[in-house]
Design a protein around this ligand. Structure first.
Ligand SMILES: [Zn+2]
Length: 616
């Protein structure tokens, strides 16, 4: 994961006591602030800067000198605030039950809204200056050059910005447009009356969201069917209500699209990062055309699970179970060896980070679950939170998160603060490239076929969930948003029908690949990301780009490594689609998607070769 993305790609179960924790396995938050006193002192300093910044209100265009001092002050405010916020959230995450973390987090939230309020005039005022005056300032003072891209991001919103009265109305209505998302979150997390099932061994389990994630992977087929039926049956009872909340959400986005003068909701969502809709459409077109690759995986899965007719509830049991252990010190060595193709400087910097307590390694009671990397503390270093479990998935997650960490490290070293932070569109390239390099390395050093099967099975399932599943969600989002943009109405039943058709198409229901029972087409209601429109497709495009870069680097294609590392070093200094394209990967063309399908087919070739060797 990059930072705090809520998507659960790596569900690590918190098994305690995987290894004895030492100080070296805990991150060193003292690199941010020696103690809470220092944090408090810095937050007082921030409040002083916010007061000072209010003097810039209405004065940005006064002179180039004033413009420069205000831009610099704004940058320093943001840099200070992200450091304060990092310390607060990480203090909280390492022990969510501790008062100190809760207290700092609340203080940090309050600071955050003060920062928002105090700096909210900046965007409209820059827009008011207009491109001619801004570019005159840029010519007059060369040191303003670092702001060229951030200013361009603001200025290009001009055609979608209203007059002062219009913007005020939009802002006022902003307070009243969150109902659909809030009701959805409340109902799906807290209020849904979860069903209880009795499993084959006699245990009674309440199938809430967490239990569903665990028991859908049950080895006993009757058990997982029972879990699916109970879970999706409950969502089905609320189909009407979920239909209303989702339709309201879609209508809200459609209204903003019209008010902001965009042709459709997709274009509006992509415009912030200047992503061409051609990227989105190419992802879906290529995925649809290559569904036989996904179907090949399902047929292989059916064989490996030993089921004659694959159903949707056969999707989650692991392909390969293994008792192999990967202590973290070994995991680190595997990762360092795997990234050698990225060059000695990259390896040395990673080794340095591993020695200096950037990472909180093991699960503990009250520690936040999952894994993330936080690289926003510009003058310090990236931090990583893991829940390392000594299994192979943990090694893979380690490599993934360190891919993010090295991205932030390189961007922070090579960019000024204002262009260091990078968008999601490039973020997952750095992490998935490292996963690919890890797989390549592990396959090279594997001693047994059992081991090889474990790595291949993990990589294959990863490609299903992070590429194909996200592309399927993207396909669905495009269709429902387009309908509502055209003024069509949607009920829960309509949405289930649309989602069901796409789900069946992707899983080859008609071709007899995976049978999708009607009840499970309620799945759309379960996906919270649909309330964050047109977002998840970036996982799929990132993996496509990452697959292509990793393949070229491993082949030793001339210049491939430097072109790739240049994306990481560039941080957020250019529009992400253009940055990736300049490095030789055009995500509006078929090539990177073809690289994913080639990779997936290559993995299946190897699995089938091993199965043939074993004669099963
Ligand atoms: Zn990630």
């Amino acid at each position: 994961m990059h930072k705090y993305l809520p998507i659960a790609l790596f569900a690590l179960s918190p098994i305690l006591g995987a290894a004895a924790e030492t100080e070296n396995d805990r991150w060193n938050l003292a690199d941010l602030y020696a103690a809470t006193d220092a944090w408090n002192a810095d937050s007082v300093k921030l409040e002083g800067q916010l007061k000072e910044f209010s003097g810039c209100n209405g004065k940005l265009g006064e002179s180039v000198k004033r413009f420069k001092s205000c831009m610099d002050l704004n940058a320093d405010i943001m840099k200070r605030y992200t450091r304060l916020a990092s310390y607060a959230s990480q203090t909280h995450d390492q022990d969510t039950s501790a008062n100190i973390g809760q207290d700092l987090s609340q203080k940090s939230d309050i600071l955050g809204s003060k920062v928002d309020q105090a700096t909210s005039f900046l965007r409209p005022e820059v827009l008011g200056l207009g491109p001619a005056k801004v570019s005159r300032f840029l010519k007059q003072d060369k040191s303003l050059g670092i702001y060229r891209h951030p200013l361009d991001r603001i200025l290009r919103a001009a055609p979608h910005t209203l007059d002062a009265e219009g913007e005020d109305i939009v802002a006022q209505f902003g307070l009243a447009t969150g109902a659909a998302g809030s009701v959805y979150t409340m109902l799906s997390n807290a209020d849904l009356p979860w069903p209880t099932v009795t499993l084959s061994d006699g245990t009674e389990v309440k199938i809430d969201q967490a239990a569903y994630t665990k028991y859908r992977a049950a080895a006993n087929r009757e058990d997982r069917k029972k879990v699916f039926d109970a879970f999706w049956g409950k969502w089905k009872e609320f189909e009407r209500t979920f239909g209303v909340t989702f339709y309201e959400q879609l209508k809200k986005e459609s209204v903003y699209t019209k008010v902001r003068h965009y042709p459709d909701s997709l274009s509006r969502a992509l415009d912030g990062d200047k992503l061409p809709p051609a990227v989105y459409n190419m992802l879906i077109e290529q995925t649809r055309a290559n569904l036989p690759t996904l179907h090949r995986y399902f047929k292989l899965r059916a064989k490996m699970l030993g089921v004659s007719e694959m159903h949707y509830y056969d999707m989650y049991p692991p392909l390969v179970t293994s008792s192999l252990k990967y202590p973290v010190e070994e995991g680190k060595q595997f990762m360092l060896s795997a990234v050698k193709p990225l060059g000695p400087d990259y390896v040395a910097a990673m080794a340095e980070g591993l020695r200096h307590r950037w990472m909180d390694v093991y699960p503990r009671p009250h520690k936040l679950s999952g894994a993330y990397m936080n690289g926003v503390a510009y003058d310090v270093h990236p931090y990583l939170l893991l829940n390392y479990n000594d299994d192979y998935e943990s090694v893979s997650t380690l490599a993934h998160e360190w891919g993010h960490a090295m991205h932030s490290y390189l961007a922070n070293r090579n960019q000024p603060f204002v262009t260091a932070d990078y968008p999601t569109f490039t973020a997952e390239i750095a992490s998935t490239s490292n996963e690919t390099l890890l797989l390549d390395h592990m396959l090279k050093i594997a001693k047994t076929d059992d081991e090889r099967m474990l790595y291949l099975g993990s990589a294959l399932e990863n490609l299903r969930t992070t590429f194909f599943r996200q592309a399927m969600f993207a396909d669905f989002e495009r269709e429902v948003h387009a309908k509502v943009d055209r003024g069509e109405s949607l009920t829960g039943t309509d949405i289930t029908k649309i989602y069901g058709d796409i789900l069946r198409r992707y899983h080859g229901d008609k071709e007899g690949v995976v049978k999708i029972d009607d009840l499970y087409t309620m799945e759309w209601a379960y996906i919270p990301h649909f309330y964050n429109q047109f977002y998840v497709f970036q996982y799929a495009t990132s993996i496509a780009a990452g697959s292509m870069f990793a393949a070229e680097i491993l082949k030793g294609a001339p210049g491939a490594r430097d072109r790739y590392l240049n994306i990481l070093r560039s941080g957020g200094s250019a529009y992400p689609y253009e940055l990736v394209k300049a490095a030789g990967v055009d995500l509006a063309s078929p090539a990177p998607y073809q690289a994913v399908f080639a990779r997936m087919n290559g993995i299946m070739d190897e699995i089938e070769a091993i199965r043939a060797r074993r004669n099963n």
